[in-house]
Design a protein around this ligand. Structure first.
Ligand SMILES: Nc1ncnc2c1ncn2[C@@H]1O[C@H](COP(=O)(O)OP(=O)(O)O)[C@@H](O)[C@H]1O
Ligand SMILES: [Mg+2]
Length: 271
């Protein structure tokens, strides 16, 4: 199993803000790799740098031995590297079926191959099949997340980038979504998963990286990270969540959080 994605010395800025600070990591073919970190740590920025949505300042990103860090986003998708963005962005005024069709827009391998993948997506996500003619905006949060994953799969990716699929979902739905991710991986798709929900992410991943304010501070086998005292303290409920005096650590991390994010945080974290 070779390296499918290799990120070397990546630096990303927003104006003068140095958001990603010289990070390096890789994902081997067939793996689920997770990058865990608090809100504002730089997870989405890293994803956008890989998928070509955010210009990088320096560094190299290789996918399948091709240098993709200077490619346009649409070209990167056509190489089989798909991103499922943060916040379940589905087209609410379109049906489930139409949303999935949009995922296949860049493909040139013909109707039949696309139809095969409809079948594959519906096998992996049976709830979507039952609801194929329903407007996406009327789906539950968990179903919308499944649809966002399904839409990314319709581009026939070899590798899937998932940005916080657990965001805003109840623990039960999170379990379901993560089970789906495992099944997607078993179907042959390599996965890079960024998450605040470290517990669930480390549970399904082969390896993991910890990102803190733009730096990768730890890396290793997911099971080793899950039992590491520092990781447990910071990300796995080592912090008491009683009342306002003991807010979870991630809330201290970035005092300039926009309201949108607060409102859409997983409610589990505030109970
Ligand atoms: N469009 C933007 N303009 C300026 N700063 C941004 C922008 N997007 C993100 N940032 C900053 O970059 C850092 C990393 O953000 P982000 O990658 O969204 O973190 P995460 O996904 O881990 O929550 C944060 O400090 C955030 O405030
Ligand atoms: Mg993010």
């Amino acid at each position: 199993m070779g390296e499918l994605l290799k990120v070397e010395n990546l630096n990303v800025y927003y104006g003068s803000i140095h958001a990603i600070k010289d990070i390096s990591f890789h994902v081997n073919e067939g793996e689920i790799v997770t990058m865990i970190g608090a809100n504002g740590a730089g997870k989405t920025t890293t994803m956008h740098a890989i998928s070509g949505l955010k210009k990088i300042r320096s560094g190299n990103i290789h996918y399948e031995d091709k240098l993709i860090s200077k490619m346009d986003a649409y070209k990167i998708v056509s190489l089989g590297l798909a991103q499922c963005p943060e916040g379940r962005r589905v087209f609410s005024g379109l049906t489930v079926q139409e949303n999935l069709e949009l995922g296949a827009y860049a493909r040139k391998d013909g109707r039949e191959a696309i139809q095969d993948d409809f079948d594959m997506v519906f096998d992996l996500l049976p709830r979507l099949k039952e609801r194929r003619n329903q407007m996406a905006g009327t789906l539950s949060g968990g179903e919308q997340q499944m649809l966002a994953i399904g839409r990314a799969l319709m581009s026939k990716p070899k590798m899937l980038l998932l940005d916080e699929p657990s965001m805003g979902l109840s623990p039960l739905l999170v379990k379901e979504v993560f089970k789906t991710i495992v099944n997607v991986n078993k179907a042959g798709v390599t996965v890079l998963l960024v998450e605040q929900n470290a517990k669930m992410a480390l549970n399904i991943a082969d390896r993991g990286y910890v990102i803190e304010t733009g730096n990768i501070t730890m890396e290793g086998k997911a099971s080793d990270l899950a039992s590491d005292p520092k990781v447990r303290q910071a990300y796995l409920g080592g912090v008491k969540k009683k009342g306002l005096a003991c807010l979870p650590l991630f809330m201290y991390d970035n005092p300039r959080l926009d309201e949108y994010r607060y409102r859409n945080r997983d409610s589990r974290r505030f109970t």
